[in-house]
Design a protein around this ligand. Structure first.
Ligand SMILES: NC(=O)c1ccc[n+]([C@@H]2O[C@H](COP(=O)([O-])OP(=O)(O)OC[C@H]3O[C@@H](n4cnc5c(N)ncnc54)[C@H](OP(=O)(O)O)[C@@H]3O)[C@@H](O)[C@H]2O)c1
Length: 250
C-alpha cells in the first residue's frame, strides 16, 4: 500500500473525522478540513506530523480556492479528495420548507463539492495525470423520499456530477467514485433537526445503524485498492435497512 496525500472535507465530525483518523493511522498524509477549528485540533493531538488542517466554509468559493492554494508542498500533490462535507437541513414538505435550509443544502452539498473538486483537479490532479476523487453521496441521491425533497435533490445532483466527472476525467487518468450511505449515526440528525436531541435520537431508535467508522473503512478500501481498480459506485446500508425508507426496528 503506497502512502498518499488525502484531502478530506467535513473532517470535524462523523464520517470525515473517522476517515481522517483511520487513513492517518494507515500512514497516509491527511489535509483535514472543516469550520470548527477546535475539532480539527482534536484530530492532530496524536498524529500532528501527518495531518495538516484547513479551516474554510465550502460555500465561500474564494475561501475554498485560497485555502487549497496555500497547502504546503509537503502535503502535495493531493492524490485523493474525499469530498464529504455536507448535511441535511430540515425534513418537511416543500410547501412548509425553509428557503434558508434549501439554500444551505444546495450551496454546501452541490456547489461546495464543486468548488473543492475544481480547485484540486486543476491544481494537483490534471498536472500529474493522476488522482482519485471520492464523493460522499447518499441513498437519498438514489431514491427520493417524502419530506426529503431538497436534500434528495442535492444528492441526486451530486450523483449526476459524479457520473459526468468520471467521463470528463477519464482522459486525465483521474478516478471518480461515489459512496452512498444509508443510516449512519453521526451528528447528521442533530444538524437536520437543528439541535433537537430527542428527534435526532429517534432516527436511530431500536436499530443498529452504521457508525462513521464503517463508512471510513469502506472509503479506505476504495483508496487502498490497486491503481488500476476504480470502485466506482457503492451503496452501504446497515443490516436493518433495505432502501431509503424501509428499516426494520426491534
Ligand atoms: N449520517 C448519515 O446518515 C448519512 C447518510 C448518507 C449520507 N451522509 C453524508 O455524509 C456526509 C458526512 O456527514 P456525517 O453523517 O458525517 O455528518 P456530520 O457528523 O454532521 O458531519 C458533517 C461534516 O460536514 C462539515 N460541513 C458542513 N457544512 C459545512 C460547510 N458549510 N463548510 C465546510 N464544512 C461543512 C461539518 O464540519 P463543520 O461544521 O465543522 O464545518 C462536518 O465535518 C455528508 O455529505 C452527508 O450528507 C450521511
Amino acid at each position: 500500500m503506497s502512502n498518499k496525500n488525502i484531502l478530506i472535507t467535513g473532517a470535524t465530525s462523523g464520517i470525515g473525522f473517522a476517515a481522517a483518523q483511520l487513513l492517518a493511522k494507515q500512514g497516509h498524509q491527511i489535509i483535514a478540513c472543516g469550520r470548527r477549528q477546535e475539532r480539527l485540533n482534536k484530530l492532530i493531538q496524536n498524529i500532528d506530523n501527518q495531518i495538516y488542517t484547513l479551516n474554510f466554509d465550502v460555500r465561500d468559493r474564494s475561501q475554498v480556492y485560497d485555502a487549497i492554494q496555500k497547502i504546503p508542498a509537503a502535503f502535495r500533490p493531493i492524490d485523493v479528495l474525499v469530498n464529504n462535507a455536507g448535511n441535511a437541513h430540515g425534513l418537511a414538505p416543500v410547501h412548509e420548507g425553509s428557503e434558508e435550509d434549501w439554500d444551505a443544502m444546495l450551496d454546501i452539498n452541490v456547489k461546495g463539492a464543486l468548488y473543492v473538486a475544481k480547485a484540486i483537479i486543476k491544481q494537483d490532479m490534471i498536472p500529474q495525470n493522476h488522482g482519485h476523487i471520492i464523493h460522499v453521496g447518499s441513498i437519498a441521491g438514489k431514491q427520493a423520499y417524502a419530506n426529503g425533497n431538497v436534500y434528495c435533490a442535492s444528492k441526486f445532483a451530486l450523483d449526476a456530477i459524479i457520473q459526468s466527472m468520471r467521463l470528463e476525467l477519464l482522459p486525465h487518468g483521474i478516478k471518480v467514485s461515489g459512496i452512498h450511505p444509508g443510516l449512519v449515526e453521526t451528528e447528521f440528525s442533530m444538524v437536520r433537526f437543528k439541535g433537537d436531541k430527542l428527534r435526532a435520537s429517534k432516527v436511530y431508535e431500536n436499530i443498529e445503524p452504521l457508525q462513521a467508522e464503517d463508512i471510513a473503512q469502506t472509503i479506505a478500501f476504495m483508496i487502498n485498492s490497486p491503481e488500476h481498480v476504480n470502485i466506482a459506485d457503492v451503496v452501504v446500508f446497515p443490516k436493518c435497512q433495505a432502501d431509503a425508507i424501509t428499516v426494520k426496528r426491534n
